[in-house]
Design a protein around this ligand. Structure first.
Ligand code: NAP
Ligand code: MG
Length: 399
């Protein structure tokens, strides 16, 4: 059997700990036997980030910009303890943050559904994808405790020195106060990413804010989405048979719970933070959440939503076999290969991605899975190690 040929390399961003181990196994067992894999390799493992003063992260993001499709392994975001553990020159920033800043993207997260692991919400039959705006609002706020009586004001001083002033509140006693901001440019990028992603997966797009209460701030989000939709996407949406739909956040929550799923829910930064944890948990497991960063220019970076699974890695280092779930990482690879196939018009590569996903789901549906899923599974489940699980999938691919 001849291997599938690729036209353009994938940008491969290797990572840390247990996911780095799974990464190599996935390539060796599930991809390289079938695909003549072309990648431009960047080692984002913490040691190499430190050696290159984090330049490798910047280079990898620029490569993603150049080639259009990247696949990323989970990476350590260093804290004080990691600085010591790895003897780092400094506490490097989160690679995901660096990559997101360069690609200027929006993160889309969706659960992978399997028979036997039923969502907590009975009506959900299809995945719900959360698109979280990842800039500003409460994450970039200025806040203070108000010590006592006094007047709080919002003051904007223009470059020309002109002031715009507005009273926030006349305090009679102590309290708290915060200021938030967002940027038209960031909201515009967010909107483009959402509309493009909806088209690429052919699903309806919902967007919700609290514009009835926040008549200027949230309303700006609503208006920008509406303008961009009318100007750039309405026609394409109608052609694709999908809809764009705006509603209040409270109405959205009620509709989401009553829905069957199968759509994208675009959320402001805080709403997306909270709702993605709710959706992930209600669908089952973090190890089954995929994540893709989509830039407004149509670049894609695929990864798993979970981290490097440190606790399993320490057991692996002691020579123990672990039952770490590789599914979200496999789907990061299949997502990236499928997108590469689409962009380069290589149908074999797209078909391979479908086959890999099907073999993975078939394995679980046959009752063979890692421990985390076996605990949730309704039915006879055989919990196996990561290696055994990957070998089972490989067997189905070859057969
Ligand atoms: P984590 O790696 O997601 O793991 C937390 C726990 O969730 C694990 O200990 C494990 O529970 C369970 N889990 C997560 N993924 C699993 C999988 N694939 N299979 C089975 N169980 C899984 O989060 P963390 O421990 O908070 O963070 C570890 C490191 O990852 C940190 O250095 C952090 O900076 C990094 N991180 C990276 C990313 C990213 O690159 N996107 C995202 C988040 C965190 P049990 O131990 O109970 O089995
Ligand atoms: Mg959160």
């Amino acid at each position: 059997m001849s291997k599938i040929q690729m036209k353009t390399p994938l940008v491969e961003m290797d990572g840390d700990e247990m996911t780095r181990i799974l990464w190599a196994w996935i390539k060796e067992k599930l991809i390289e036997p079938f695909v003549d894999l072309k990648t431009e390799y960047y080692d984002l493992g913490l040691k190499h980030r430190d050696e290159t003063d984090d330049q490798v992260t910047v280079d990898s993001a620029n490569a993603a910009k150049k080639y259009g499709v990247a696949v990323k392994c989970a990476t350590i975001t260093p804290n004080a303890q990691r600085v010591e553990e790895y003897q780092l020159k400094q506490m490097w920033k989160s690679p995901n943050g660096t990559i997101r800043a360069i690609l200027d993207g929006t993160v889309f997260r969706s659960p992978i559904l399997v028979n036997g692991v039923r969502p907590t919400v009975r009506t959900w039959k299809k995945p719900i994808t959360i698109a979280r705006h990842a800039y500003g609002d409460v994450y970039r706020n200025a806040e203070m405790r108000v010590p006592g009586a006094g007047k709080a004001e919002l003051v904007f001083t223009g470059e020309d020195g002109k002031e715009i002033r507005q009273t926030v509140f006349d305090f009679r006693g102590p309290g708290v106060l915060q200021g938030m901001h967002n940027l038209d440019s960031s909201i515009v990028s967010f909107a483009h990413s959402c509309f493009q992603y909806a088209l690429s997966v052919r699903q309806d797009l919902w967007f919700s804010t609290k514009d009835t209460i926040s008549k200027t701030y949230d309303h700006r989000f609503k208006d920008i989405f509406a303008e961009i939709y009318e100007e750039n996407y309405r026609e394409a949406f109608e052609k694709a048979g999908i809809t764009y739909f705006y509603t209040l956040i409270d109405d959205a929550v009620a509709r989401v719970v009553r829905s069957e799923g199968g759509f994208i829910w675009a959320c402001k930064n805080y709403d997306g933070d909270v709702m993605s944890d709710m959706v992930a948990t209600a669908f089952g497991s973090l190890a089954m959440m995929t994540s893709v960063l989509v830039s407004p220019n149509g670049q894609f970076e695929y990864e798993a939503a979970h981290g490097t699974v440190t606790r399993h890695y320490y057991r692996y280092l002691k020579g123990e076999e672990t039952s770490t779930n590789p599914v979200a990482t496999i789907f990061a690879w299949s997502g990236a290969l499928r997108k590469r196939g689409e962009l380069d018009d290589v149908p074999d590569l797209q078909a391979f991605a479908d086959r890999l996903e099907k073999a993975t789901l078939d394995t679980i549906n046959s009752g063979i899975m890692t421990k985390d899923l076996a605990l949730l599974y309704e039915g006879d489940a055989k919990a196996v190690s990561s290696c055994e699980f990957l070998d089972e999938i490989a067997g189905r691919m070859a057969g």
